[in-house]
Ligand binder design. Structure first.
Ligand SMILES: NC(=O)c1ccc[n+]([C@@H]2O[C@H](COP(=O)([O-])OP(=O)(O)OC[C@H]3O[C@@H](n4cnc5c(N)ncnc54)[C@H](OP(=O)(O)O)[C@@H]3O)[C@@H](O)[C@H]2O)c1
Length: 324
């Protein structure tokens, strides 16, 4: 099969298309013929070994200390079941599925654990749209509902509301009943409002952390703010929830737990079957909709990485696989 491979850490051009062996599903696994896959900020980090300082060592140990241990990147995929391994009874060959593999989704075929983060693609969703879902929607649901405990009537500020996680955060906070304010640039304000934000603020021209704003939760998806800056805009019992936390935020999450006033919450999310199924149900109901920034053919994988690394995408960047 053809796959997008990289043999060394570096810029977007270290990734190219090459012929590799097609994987075969082991016991408990599905082989998925990939129609579309997403290049996420995680793929950019793995490709360039650009990890937040606090994860630098763990990141290298995970992907390879001197060079990448696994040549094919990619977690989020959409396609159809091509084969099933022994012991799999809840999927059938030919079914449309989408999900997040551990790795290897930037290829014509990928294997994924059948009890992992994979589920049936809701009718009406294209493969490109489905591949745009897992990374952002699973992170947003875990962070807002499970870690941030967002409840109806709360005021939520999403910083980076047009990004890969942000477009889902706005929709999910709204779905949980919050009044949402999204921070984006002028060109994306209309998008952010269309996702359900009551207010959309331009980070280029507005000081959006207004003292006394009384947000119950500030979800910074980018690291564009600090707790010190956000604190005056939080309600007394409010929470500052950074998606990209460093040592400072980890320390603050411990110290603010014991004092009075707003607190910092440090968390890391993981893709699970439960999150996939919950997001699939919300997509099927029309509560959520994917935002696709741009679709690239497999041969332009380096351009897709460039778009992601630029940190100005709207929603998700998609790569279409050749065998689709
Ligand atoms: N800890 C975890 O469990 C976890 C899980 C998922 C993701 N993450 C991390 O979360 C981060 C976010 O990923 P992502 O894919 O959502 O990012 P992204 O898609 O690359 O974010 C880009 C978006 O941010 C907007 N933006 C840029 N600067 C901004 C600013 N100063 N204020 C407001 N918006 C701004 C851009 O809009 P303009 O073009 O208009 O500027 C663009 O739409 C990544 O670092 C990722 O590694 C962590």
């Amino acid at each position: 099969m053809r796959a997008c491979v990289y043999e060394e850490y570096g810029g977007p051009d270290v990734v190219s298309v090459a012929e590799v062996a097609t994987p075969s599903p082991k016991e408990g696994e599905l082989l998925v013929k990939v129609a579309a896959a997403s290049v996420t900020t995680a793929d950019w980090r793995f490709r360039s070994a650009s990890f937040p300082v606090v994860f630098a060592l763990a990141g290298r140990l995970l992907v390879g200390v001197l060079r990448p241990r696994h040549p094919v990147l990619g977690m989020d995929f959409a396609g159809e079941v091509a084969a099933i391994g022994a012991g799999v009874s809840d999927f059938r060959v030919g079914e449309r599925v989408f999900g997040a593999a551990t790795r290897g989704a930037h290829a014509e075929y990928v294997t994924v654990r059948a009890d992992g983060a994979v589920t049936r693609t809701p009718p009406g969703l294209s493969d490109a749209e489905a591949a745009a879902v897992p990374f952002g929607a699973n992170s947003a649901l875990a962070f807002l509902r499970d870690f941030g405990a967002v409840r109806a009537g709360q005021r939520v500020l999403v910083v980076g509301a047009s990004g890969g996680v942000g477009v889902w955060a706005v929709q999910i906070a709204r779905h949980l009943g919050a009044e949402v304010t999204g921070v984006a640039s002028a060109k994306n304000l209309e998008l952010v409002r269309s996702l359900g934000a009551a207010r959309a603020l331009d980070y280029g021209s507005e000081a959006y952390l207004e003292p006394g704003a009384g947000y119950d939760l500030i979800f910074d998806t980018l690291g564009a703010t600090t707790f010190a800056q956000a604190r005056p805009a939080l309600a007394p019992s409010g929470t500052y929830l950074p998606l990209t936390a460093g040592l400072r935020e980890i320390a603050q999450s411990i110290t603010t737990r014991f004092g009075r006033g707003p607190r910092v919450k440090f968390a890391i999310s993981a893709n699970t079957r439960a999150l996939m199924e919950e997001n699939a149900a919300l997509l099927a109901a029309g509560t959520l909709r994917p935002i696709v920034d741009e679709v690239f053919p497999m041969e332009r994988i380096a351009d897709a990485h460039r778009r992601v690394e630029g940190r100005h995408k709207r929603g998700s960047v998609i790569v279409r696989m050749a065998a689709a």
